[in-house]
Design a protein around this ligand. Structure first.
Ligand SMILES: C[S@@+](CC[C@H](N)C(=O)[O-])C[C@H]1O[C@@H](n2cnc3c(N)ncnc32)[C@H](O)[C@@H]1O
Length: 184
């Protein structure tokens, strides 16, 4: 768990079905932790498509449909949109490499499929930009456990850990930006 902060800012590369967003919302509610969540996806999924998923059998909440409609009802949410008390979402339709920001994020969910899909999102030049947007003590999280990916993150100054993943995924990667990290 991140150290207690006033508010956590999350950047997600690959919003997809919104599952990570929904789980983060549950986390925010449980820990009473305000979250601002910025999600990037160039190919957003329609509400018609996500409503065929069975997430509602696992995520049991009375506002499930309303949340799904807000998250997927529009192609983009350019302004902060309140999903629930203390949880705000921006959903930006653009390619990862076109996204620019001066903001720092406490967590980056790097969920752009994997290196087999498009290697450039998993190599140092792209990761360097991501590391720049991480706040000190912030973490980049990925399902990718590839050696080169972890070596690149280490070479950018991050403390990299391989931790046990969810069922079906032996390992995932969590990389933290330490205090005093020098940009390379
Ligand atoms: C593995 S899925 C993300 C799953 C998602 N995090 C979830 O909780 O359901 C990867 C997503 O990245 C998006 N994507 C793929 N390539 C992209 C690119 N170059 N720029 C922006 N989005 C991209 C896809 O549209 C897809 O929704």
């Amino acid at each position: 768990m991140l150290q207690k902060r006033e508010e956590i800012s999350i950047l997600e590369l690959g919003f997809g079905t919104g599952l990570n967003c929904m789980l983060s919302l549950s986390y925010a509610e449980y820990h009473q932790m305000p979250i601002r969540y910025t999600a990037i996806d160039a190919y957003p999924i329609s509400y018609a498509m996500v409503s065929q998923l069975n997430y509602d059998q696992h995520i049991l909440r009375p506002d499930y449909d309303k949340l799904m409609l807000t998250m997927h009802g529009d192609q983009e949410l350019k302004e902060w949109t309140e999903l629930n008390k203390d949880f705000f979402l921006k959903k930006i339709k653009c390619r990862f490499e076109s996204f620019t920001t001066t903001q720092k994020y406490d967590i980056i969910y790097h969920d752009a499929f994997g290196p087999d899909y498009d290697l450039r999102y998993w190599r140092k030049p792209f990761l360097k930009d991501m590391v720049r947007t991480l706040s000190v003590g912030g973490r980049l999280v990925s399902y990718c456990a590839q050696g080169q990916f972890k070596r690149d993150l280490r070479s950018l100054g991050l403390d990299v850990q391989a931790v046990a993943g969810p069922p079906g995924k032996r390992e995932i990667t969590i990389a933290e930006k330490p205090k005093g990290e020098l940009e390379k």
